[in-house]
Design a protein around this ligand. Structure first.
Ligand code: 4UU
Length: 516
């Protein structure tokens, strides 16, 4: 049984991501494309389009071209978009990184993606410069100024014309985010120009972002939700994207009121914080019309509490990095009638199946099954990992690793997560990566990590550890904390005699999860 979108297919334009979102920049001209919610710094559509052209010329003059990768390590700020489209204009792909990653983690991604240039932000320029030096990356640019890097503005000021390229949008990679997918450590996800163009026009069919919209962008652009759904759907619609570097309820609410934000994008911990914030009612949120949430399961009771306080319904989108990311959404037109707790209906040009996990057998109608999705937004594949690609995409069907249910109206619910991935505040934490760090501790003999419920993060990593006599839990926790970004930290640890494994040596994560 193949489920299809109730919306008619949309035509997918043939050009690049930049052509799609900045092709009409001339029309919006002096309108602010991005505004920094902290400093007020503004980038108009014309400035963004011209800056991207100039930056593309500057990068090309450095020798950056098709097939190359530019690393981007920054919090949300207007110039983020400039860096992205300068790189794309040079024909390169961007590999986005979370600025809180450790030097070791940044180095790993730069090495795996063979990044030639690193663009960074002022607060993390020191770390970026150190990593770049260690990995022999000669070109480090900063969005702003810093003594250890060249100003990105220099690339724009060189007077170099953007190269004329003949990219094939179906094979040219535009973004290379890292995701662990259904198993193992993080892998580069090869998203082509066509994947992103497709997902933007698919999403637009249900969410009509227009020039009258102001989109709050606190969720990070380095994650695919922020990149496609918040930043680029805003630019495509000719809206204004309001960037905020971090979520803090009062500052966030003040920004929503001051900038008359019409569309807000949340992850579950933000909804929880707003449901509990002391004085939401003091802010004028009358402009807010649509609030979205995605990236992890959202509790219905918490949603309703937050909705009452914000005076606006909150509805979910669903997807994953490997699908650029959107596959399901609650359309604007059905916002009031789609049940809370669901992830809405399929986006146009998207098909789904529900199968018995690990098989190709459909479940009976109405039963829960592993969600498979197919559509033009599904990645080209993982970088340098044909095995992982082959086990994740079969006959064009992307295995999501999530368990879903669908009702007679074509509304989907995500009911469980089958894959080993842990989501702390919506951020990916790969158990395999933490297990490798645990096993590098001299006192640890074996280890397994699973997600357990966590009040603030929704879910957090817990380690089961077989250790040598005398090893202290605090020492092991510190060992991990020193080597991974704060959001990946192991937050609970239990010493055990053995790790339960299948006859083939695979960790029986369900057994550990049920033990909690
Ligand atoms: C339960 O988190 C994402 C993508 C998020 C997103 C947000 C708004 C997509 C479309 C949109 O409109 O990507 P990843 O790769 O970091 O994580 C993917 C995983 C899914 O497989 C699922 O397990 O994140 C989980 N997830 C959700 N779970 C994503 N959205 C949801 C959801 N409910 N709404």
């Amino acid at each position: 049984m193949i489920y299809r979108s109730p919306l008619p297919d949309v035509e997918i334009p043939g050009g690049t991501l930049t052509e799609l979102v900045l092709g009409t920049a001339g029309r919006h001209g002096d309108k602010p494309a991005l505004v920094d919610g902290v400093t007020g710094e503004t980038l108009t559509y014309a400035e963004l389009a011209e800056g991207a052209e100039a930056g593309a010329g500057g990068l090309a003059a450095l020798g950056v071209g098709p097939g190359d990768v530019v690393g981007l390590l920054s919090h949300n700020q207007p110039r983020y978009a400039l860096a992205v489209h300068a790189a794309l204009g040079a024909g390169a792909a961007v590999t986005p990184m979370n600025p809180v990653l450790t030097a070791g983690e940044i180095g790993k991604q730069l090495r795996a993606s063979r990044a030639k240039v690193l663009v960074t932000a002022e607060p993390v320029a020191e770390k970026a410069a150190d990593v770049a030096r260690e990995h022999g990356i000669e070109h480090v640019y900063v969005l702003g100024e810093h003594e250890r890097a060249r100003p990105f503005a220099e690339l724009l000021a060189g007077g170099n014309a953007a190269p004329r390229l003949d990219l094939d949008p179906e094979t040219a990679v535009a973004v290379l985010p890292f995701s662990s997918g259904t198993t193992g450590a993080a892998k580069g996800v090869r998203l082509t120009h066509r994947n992103l163009v497709a997902n933007l026009v698919q999403t637009r069919a249900g969410w009509r972002v227009g020039p009258g919209d102001v989109q709050a962008a606190v969720l990070p652009f380095f994650h695919i939700y922020g990149f496609t759904i918040i930043l680029h759907s805003g630019l495509l619609g000719g809206a204004t994207v309001l960037t905020l570097p971090r979520f803090e309820p009062d500052a966030y609410l003040a920004a929503l009121a001051e900038h008359r934000v019409t569309r807000a994008y949340f992850a579950p911990p933000m909804v929880l914080a707003l449901a509990n914030a002391p004085d939401v009612e003091n802010y004028d949120l009358s402009a807010l019309r649509y609030a979205f949430c995605g990236a992890a399961p959202l509790d219905v009771e918490v949603t309703e509490r937050a909705e009452r306080r914000l005076g606006c319904r909150i509805r979910q989108g669903y997807g994953m990095t490997e699908a650029s990311p959107g596959t399901h959404q609650v359309y604007d037109d059905a916002f009031a009638t789609t049940p809370a707790g669901s992830v809405g209906r399929l986006s146009p040009n998207t098909e789904a199946r529900l199968v018995q996990p690990g098989t190709d057998t459909d479940v009976a109608p109405g039963e829960d099954g592993e969600l498979l999705v197919r559509g033009p937004q599904v990645m080209l594949g993982y970088l340098d990992n044909p095995e992982a690609t082959a086990s994740t995409i079969t006959d064009g069907w992307l295995h999501t690793g999530d368990i879903a249910r669908v009702d007679d109206d074509g509304v989907f619910w995500i009911v469980d997560r089958l894959k080993e991935l842990i989501k702390y505040k919506g951020y990916q934490v790969a158990p395999a990566e933490l297990e490798a760090v645990l096993l590098s501790h001299p006192g640890v003999l074996d280890a397994a990590v699973v997600g357990v419920p966590h009040a603030e993060g929704g879910e957090a990593p817990k380690a089961f550890v077989v250790a040598r006599r005398g090893v202290e839990a605090d020492d092991v926790l510190r060992w991990v904390a020193e080597r991974v970004a704060p959001y990946k930290k192991v937050r609970a640890l239990e010493f055990v005699d053995t790790i339960p494994k299948s006859p083939t040596g695979k960790i029986l994560r369900r057994v550990l999860k049920e033990r909690g």
